[in-house]
Design a protein. Structure first.
Length: 357
């Protein structure tokens, strides 16, 4: 078989940038726990421990324990966002009172909640996402090599805030959705054959901000953007439901999943129910549609463990058909450099003749 236009789409998760030195959302939690032992962070340690314990307790009620609990940077920040609403939260009128321990740790007007959240976001931007040497992410340039094999523009959807794609594929036109530095959804509506990559950053970007008129723009010096003005979201959020570009990107992701023949996820751990729902709907819509999940499970992982992981992913996506999930145990760097080949992808389909993958 030969892939047609828009029959391949790519979803980048946090693991795609791990080889570039950017921590995953789980790695960020580990770093926060290390920072909480330092003098500048220790004031938030008890609050963090309380919130983490509450999240594990909540999941435990529904039968989730240990590694089954999805506790990462997105869930932590989303929890802080919800607590920050205080009495303005939708369900507050139905609550007798906040937990006494939470009131004690959050202090007056829940000021510690906001301070802790802002400190994490500062750390995320300045020390985790903004890397000085993007050559560490040079393997991303292989996207352009694959584009030439494919012969069509690539539709890349990213859950990452970093600039790895932009910095390493800048030799060819990348459409990010800006006209004269102002975001305009119509930039994605064209069919410019010169465009190598259409890049949809589903959770925002470290260089995005809104101007005084509320219009999305970007900065050439992202390190100077005030953290309150950063236009990023953490996982599934109310913003994704009604504010552009997040609403538009979610719609586009749904649209191209339904048009695709093959969805390739790289470094995505299937921890976002919103994203999983869109992918699952597309796969259930066509039993011949497939998903290639590229994730690194370890050097000594055998076929049995890989098959178990494929079944787990099938369950997370709530698929009705079997044999739609194909897992390959590669890091992003290994996949991009040695396995990102159109013939290998064609071989995933029974009617194809290609190099076994």
């Amino acid at each position: 078989m030969k892939f047609k236009k828009d029959e391949i789409i790519i979803l980048l998760g946090a693991g795609a940038s791990k080889d570039a030195g950017i921590p995953t959302s789980v790695d960020m939690i580990q770093r926060i726990e290390q920072l909480l032992e330092e003098k500048d962070w220790e004031q938030f340690r008890d609050l963090y421990n309380y919130i983490k314990s509450a999240i594990y307790y909540a999941d435990g009620i529904s039968g989730k324990f240990g590694s089954a609990v999805q506790f990462n940077i997105e869930r932590l920040i989303n929890t802080l966002n919800e607590l920050e609403k205080k009495e303005e939260h939708t369900i507050y009128p139905f609550i007798g009172n906040w937990n006494i321990k939470l009131i004690e740790l959050a202090e007056a007007d829940f000021i510690k909640i906001s301070e802790f959240k802002n400190k994490i976001i500062h750390e995320l931007r300045d020390n985790w996402i903004l890397i000085e040497d993007y050559s560490q992410a040079s393997y991303y340039s292989k996207l352009l090599d694959f584009k030439d094999q494919y012969t069509f523009s690539l539709r890349i959807f990213s859950l990452n805030y970093d600039l790895c794609v932009e910095k390493n594929c800048s030799s060819r036109p990348i459409e990010r959705g800006f006209e004269q530095r102002k975001w305009d959804w119509r930039s994605f509506d064209g069919q410019d054959e010169e465009t190598a990559i259409y890049l949809y950053k589903l959770h925002g970007s470290i260089d995005w901000k809104r101007n005084e008129a509320g219009i999305l723009t970007y900065s050439d010096e992202p390190g100077k953007i005030d953290t309150d003005d950063l236009e990023i979201i953490f996982g599934t959020s109310y913003k994704m439901q009604y504010i552009d570009p997040f609403l538009f990107f979610a719609y586009e992701f749904r649209r191209y999943c339904l048009e695709s023949k093959l969805i390739i996820t790289i470094g995505y751990g299937f921890g976002d129910e919103h994203i999983n729902g869109i992918i699952g709907q597309a796969l259930n819509n066509d039993k011949d549609r497939k998903i290639l999940a590229v994730m690194y499970l370890g050097d000594n992982v055998g076929e049995t463990e890989i098959k178990e992981k494929e079944i787990e992913i099938q369950g997370l996506l709530k698929l009705n058909f079997s044999n739609q999930v194909v897992l390959r145990n590669f890091s992003a760097k290994e996949f991009f450099r040695n396995h990102f080949d159109i013939k290998k992808l064609e071989s995933l389909f029974p009617e194809a003749e290609g190099t076994p993958f």
